[in-house]
Every structure is written in structure tokens, then in C-alpha cells.
Write a protein that binds this ligand. Structure first.
Ligand SMILES: N[C@@H](CCC(=O)N[C@@H](CS)C(=O)NCC(=O)O)C(=O)O
Length: 309
């Protein structure tokens, strides 16, 4: 199998989720550091429009969204398991809650003025302003939690997580599953990226101990790789042949149609291409790029909007 190439940047919480899954599965991977704000020409050469972080590349296959990346890693490297059979429903539902509700409450807490000022204390004012403007554009139209409401919700969520990890080492038992990695990353951002805001974690020592257990899994074996080399890998590969799979049509859009796929919210730049698969779990688009050649770009169904164009 071609190498796993993760496109990410150090302070990205969703990237930390995947780095830790790579550690859990003890995998070797190539690390491409991408910009944290637009423009991202090398990213777009591969994704065709999707600009969020992280995404996983395997040859000429591009997997967008950490939820799909977890599934792909499980499929390629089934042991140790991220989705234990007796938890496969609840672990996914919990992970989705953590990646959305918990994440946004934590980030509204983390990036309230006190946290944001400290985060950008050593950064040129223009860079801080450019970051703020980029995120404002990405989140246009999204409801925003006020700091006090975010703090109240985050505190409650931390207590609920504490109740779970007071019972056993990980959220659902003696071993971690996808739910643990999804709940970990927003808290990791509080603890490591805005440590001056981390006092909120002291009320739940069991959560801190659980975080230490997850961090001890490591991040696998990463090797630095350049964006240009990643594009060269894609240009020299062909997308993996699509295994026979059930076409699940919810939209009245036939396979082979020209479509766009975009996140429902927060960074809704679409990727366009030909629809080559729509399974229970994901969509696949075929597209070509002058630099990266022919690619398959994969998205989860949940959280994404598919349209004929
Ligand atoms: N649902 C997505 C969310 C990804 C996401 O929002 N990532 C943040 C960084 S952690 C992002 O894309 N920020 C803007 C950027 O990196 O350009 C996933 O699970 O991967």
C-alpha cells in the first residue's frame, strides 16, 4: 500500500485527533505541514476546493474530514480497533457529538479574548488579524456561543466526561475507541495551545489522567514530507480501483454526474468533480488537476452537502 500522508499543522485540534489515532495504531506516516489560513494552493491542488485541516492522502486518493480518516485507517489497519463491534453505534454517535457540540463549546471558551490574546502574543499583529479574518469568513452565518455560555457548557461536558473515566480507563471501557480520540482533541487545545485557560480542567482530575493515558499512545512514526513531494506522489499514482459497493442514492443524482460537495458549515468551499461512488458512509468524486493529475476525493456523508451542477 502507498504511504499514509497526513496534511496538517501542529496547533490543529482535529489533526491532533488523527495524530493520536496514528499513535494508537503505531503507524508510520508522512507529515506535510499546511498553512492554517487561506490561500492554500498546494492543498487545493489535491482537494479541489476543500480547505479544512486535516486531510489524508494515500497515493492519488484524498480523504477529507477526520471522521472519514478514522474509518480509512481502521479499514487499512484494523488492529487495534477504533470501532469495537459492541460499541460501533454509540462510539460513532458520541464521536460526532464531541467533534461538533463539545468542540465548539471548547473553542468558544478557548478563544475568548483572554485566550486569543495569549495565543497571538508572540505573533505579528497583521498575522493575528489575518487569522481572525480568515476564521470570521469561514464561520459566516454560524451561531456563536458567548464566552460565559461556552464556559458553562464546557464545564458541564467536562464533568460528564469525568463521570465516564472515573468508571474505567477510557470513555467506554478498558481500551480507547474512536469516541476517546474525538473527545480528546478540543481539551488538548485548551491544555497545550492556550495553557492560561487550562484552569477549567483542574476541577476534573480524572479527565486530566485520561488525557495523559491517551497522550501516552504517542503519534506513530512521522517523517517530514513537502507539499510538492505529496503532489508529485499523487501525479505519479492512480486512484485505487473502486471495490464493488452499493450505490445509495438519496439525491436523485446518477453516478457519473458532475457534482459539488461542500461542508454544511464552517469552511464551505466546494469540491467539484464526477460522482463515482455514494455508499452508506461516503461520497467519492473524480477530478483532475494540472499538477496532481487524476484524483479521487472522498468525503463522509454526514456533515456534507451534495449537489448536481
Ligand atoms: N469536520 C472536520 C472539521 C475540521 C476542522 O474544522 N478543522 C479546522 C482545524 S482543526 C480547520 O479546518 N480550520 C481551518 C483551516 O485549517 O484552514 C473534521 O473532522 O476534519
Amino acid at each position: 500500500m502507498s504511504a499514509l500522508i497526513l496534511h496538517h499543522y501542529p496547533s490543529s485540534p482535529f489533526s491532533e485527533k488523527i495524530r493520536l489515532v496514528l499513535g494508537f495504531k503505531q503507524l508510520p506516516w508522512k507529515s506535510v505541514i499546511i498553512p492554517s489560513i487561506a490561500p492554500k494552493p498546494d492543498v487545493l491542488a489535491l482537494t479541489g476546493g476543500y480547505r479544512k485541516t486535516p486531510f489524508l492522502q494515500i497515493g492519488a486518493d484524498i480523504y477529507c474530514d477526520s471522521a472519514l480518516i478514522c474509518q480509512v485507517l481502521e479499514h487499512e489497519h484494523p488492529e487495534p480497533v477504533l470501532y469495537p463491534p459492541h460499541l460501533k453505534g454509540v462510539a460513532r454517535v458520541f464521536a460526532q457529538w464531541a467533534d461538533t457540540t463539545l468542540f465548539w463549546a471548547a473553542m468558544a471558551y478557548n478563544l475568548q479574548p483572554r485566550g486569543a490574546q495569549a495565543l497571538f502574543a508572540n505573533v505579528a499583529p497583521e498575522a493575528a488579524q489575518a487569522f481572525g479574518e480568515d476564521r470570521r469568513q469561514m464561520s459566516a452565518g454560524m451561531p456563536r456561543l458567548r464566552p460565559a455560555d461556552a464556559t458553562a457548557a464546557y464545564r458541564s461536558y467536562l464533568r460528564r466526561l469525568a463521570h465516564m473515566v472515573e468508571e474505567h480507563d477510557f470513555l467506554f471501557g478498558a481500551e480507547p475507541c474512536v469516541a476517546d480520540f474525538a473527545a480528546y482533541h478540543p481539551l488538548w487545545f485548551t491544555r497545550h495551545c492556550v495553557p492560561m485557560m487550562a484552569d477549567i480542567l483542574s476541577a476534573t482530575p480524572a479527565v486530566l489522567e485520561w488525557m495523559d493515558r491517551l497522550a501516552a499512545l504517542g503519534q506513530g512514526r512521522a517523517e517530514k514530507f513537502s507539499a510538492q513531494d505529496a503532489i508529485t506522489v499523487a501525479a505519479g499514482a492512480l486512484p485505487q480501483p473502486m471495490p464493488p459497493q452499493v450505490f445509495q442514492d438519496e439525491h436523485g443524482i446518477a453516478l457519473g454526474s458532475r457534482v459539488s460537495i461542500a461542508a454544511e458549515s464552517f469552511g464551505t468551499e466546494p469540491t467539484e468533480g464526477l460522482l463515482v461512488a455514494a455508499t452508506r458512509m461516503h461520497y467519492t468524486l473524480a477530478r483532475s488537476d494540472a499538477r496532481a493529475g487524476t484524483l479521487h476525493v472522498h468525503f463522509p456523508r454526514i456533515g456534507y452537502v451534495l449537489r448536481a451542477i
